[in-house]
Design a protein around this ligand. Structure first.
Ligand code: Z5A
Length: 208
């Protein structure tokens, strides 16, 4: 059996990491030892290094195309070392962000040409696409208020509200383009209510 590739998307602070953990607990009870969590950028030592590069405030401004190339480089290694082997082994993968984030952040947020992103997607991933994407959607002030309570902002978190509005807008545009894959979930609600909706979606897919 081939595995199942599930991604969690949305702007900062909407609760992706919280919901990945809840889904992991739920699915692991039904498929013990057969569910993994991972994230992008990250998931491999190379990916985590790229993550540090793009999240930290450096001496130079990283331009949008450079940022896109970095996330796709990390993604390639992630697919080779983690995602494809896990799918081949029949596992369920819960991934905190994937290529929709590149369309939303580098495309919508930074203005990188979407055709360029689409070409790299084909080159780096071949036919690999998520089976299911849970887009946690909320107005930027909701997520930003949650994370600003937490710690000093990273390079993305320090962006303007307009940047996050563009990112959110692109995510919603992707959802309307791919309704069979991307489910939009109202993330302004309590975490347990969101988890209950995700549980229903996973049940409908026969996963729990
Ligand atoms: N990036 C990119 O530009 N291009 C790409 O292709 C990819 C990524 C793949 C990775 O950061 C950065 O990389 C990202 C875009 C860029 N931008 N940033 N920053 P990340 O993975 O750390 O992303 P993040 O969105 O910043 O993660 P986050 O801040 O941890 O947010 P979250 O995972 O969505 O939320 P959370 O950690 O589950 O919850 C945040 C807080 O809210 C926490 O205190 C929770 O307890 C609380 N919380 C969670 N849910 C709720 C609800 N429902 N109500 C109230 N409070 C809640």
């Amino acid at each position: 059996m081939t595995g199942v590739f599930i991604t969690f998307e949305g702007i900062e602070g909407v609760g992706k990491t919280t919901q990945v953990q809840k889904a992991y607990k739920l699915l692991s009870a039904k498929h013990p030892g057969n569910v993994i969590t991972t994230r992008e950028p990250g998931g491999t030592p190379t990916g985590e290094t790229v993550r540090n590069v793009i999240l930290q405030d450096g001496a130079d401004m990283i331009d949008g195309i450079t940022e896109m190339l970095l996330v796709f480089a990390a993604r390639r290694q992630h697919i080779q070392d983690v995602i494809q082997p896990s799918l081949d082994a029949g596992r369920i993968i819960l991934c905190d962000r994937f290529t929709d984030a590149t369309f939303a952040y580098q495309g919508g947020g930074r203005g990188v040409d979407e055709q360029l992103i689409a070409r790299l997607q084909d080159m780096v991933q071949g036919a690999l696409r998520p089976d299911l994407t849970l887009l946690l959607d909320a107005a930027p002030d909701v997520g930003i208020a949650r994370i600003r309570k937490r710690s000093a902002p990273d390079r993305f978190e320090a962006e303007t509200m307009n940047f996050f509005r563009r990112v959110r807008h692109k995510y919603l545009e992707l959802a309307s383009r791919h309704p069979e894959r991307i489910h939009v979930i109202d993330a302004a609600r309590e975490a347990d209510k969101i988890a209950a909706e995700i549980r229903s979606l996973l049940e409908a897919k026969g996963l729990c």
